[in-house]
Design a protein around this ligand. Structure first.
Ligand SMILES: [Ca+2]
Ligand SMILES: [Ca+2]
Length: 312
């Protein structure tokens, strides 16, 4: 995250999509692609980078002559899964500048292991887009570029990240809507909306925008129905890597307020590594998470959470 408070000259798609009450993340075990953009300046564009949980690293097709029409990436699962939806970070998400200068996919065709195909026109927006599938049982997905939104400089087409969901549940409570005390304005690196805390990506995050250091700032998750929870799965700060996490303020104590007004305080580690925090089981329709104490960052006086989800 840079602190350049650029006036956001672009509008991010306000996706009203939300996951059903139960949706499990499908593990991708291997991948292949029709072509790969060659490594340059130490930056690689490998197919496995569409499921490395970082939107800042991508697969880029290697068709050097045109826009990559017909090029594909295949993702393999551990056996057959009942796929229900997917989320795609379409284009090059390393910065807003690179996103606009490179191609984004307009129409993508998904081919499943039973040979059936489904095609979708994607939004041209720099945010993860949730797309509902016609439910299908498949052990793999081949995603083929059918048409593109042209980049202003380059003819290369990238996918930064993809997550597939199925009808299983790992006990995570899916959030229907978020409220926040404040939200940092989108800048040259992307947006800092609350939904980023539940998208599985380690380098997309909510950040507060208070004048202060983030103490007393809060996020509130509302579930579709009353849900029993006893675990907080948290990626504190910027989860891109340990060094980035240290740059900003990191929460050390959180107050959880449930829909019946009861509260619990939990201690969390000042680290960007994923952590699981247990608390006494509660059945609730919402949780407000308020920052009580924090550790100051080395560079920025802002507080962020990359992932924040509740489970049984
Ligand atoms: Ca990635
Ligand atoms: Ca995230």
């Amino acid at each position: 995250m840079t602190q350049r408070a650029l006036a956001a000259s672009f509008v991010l798609a306000a996706c009203m999509c939300s996951l059903p009450a139960f949706a499990g993340v499908v593990k991708i075990t291997s991948s292949s692609a029709s072509s790969i953009y060659p490594e340059s300046d130490g930056v690689r564009y490998l197919p496995e980078q569409v499921y490395d949980r970082k939107v800042s690293q991508n697969w880029t097709e290697g068709d050097q002559k045109s826009s990559g029409l017909g090029e594909w990436i295949q993702l393999d699962f551990e056996g057959e899964k009942n796929l229900t939806s997917f989320r795609i970070w379409n284009g090059t998400f390393s910065s807003y500048d690179m996103w606009t200068r490179s191609n984004r996919i307009k129409e993508v065709e998904l081919e499943f292991s039973d040979g059936t195909k489904q095609s979708f026109v994607l939004k041209d927006a720099m945010s993860g887009e949730l797309v509902d599938l016609k439910p299908v049982t498949s052990s793999s997905v081949k995603m083929r570029i059918k048409s593109v939104y042209n980049g202003s400089t380059f003819t290369d087409t990238a996918i930064s990240e993809v997550v597939f969901y199925d009808s299983t549940s790992d006990g995570s409570a899916n959030v229907k809507s978020w409220k926040t005390s404040s939200t940092y304005e989108a800048d040259a690196d992307g947006n800092y909306e609350a939904a980023n805390m539940a998208d599985t990506a380690m380098d997309t995050m909510w950040c507060e925008a208070s004048e202060g250091d983030g103490v007393s700032e809060w996020v509130e998750a509302s579930f579709a129905s009353r849900t029993e929870i006893s675990t907080l799965n948290l990626v504190n700060g910027n989860g891109y890597n340990i060094m980035y996490a240290m740059k900003g303020n990191l929460a050390t104590e959180l107050l959880l307020t449930f829909s019946d007004g009861s509260t619990q305080t939990v201690t969390v580690k000042a680290s960007g590594i994923p952590q699981k925090v247990s608390f006494s089981p509660v059945t609730t329709s919402s949780v407000k998470v308020t920052v009580m104490t924090l550790r100051k960052g080395k560079e920025f006086n802002d507080l962020c959470f990359s992932e924040l989800q509740f489970a049984k």
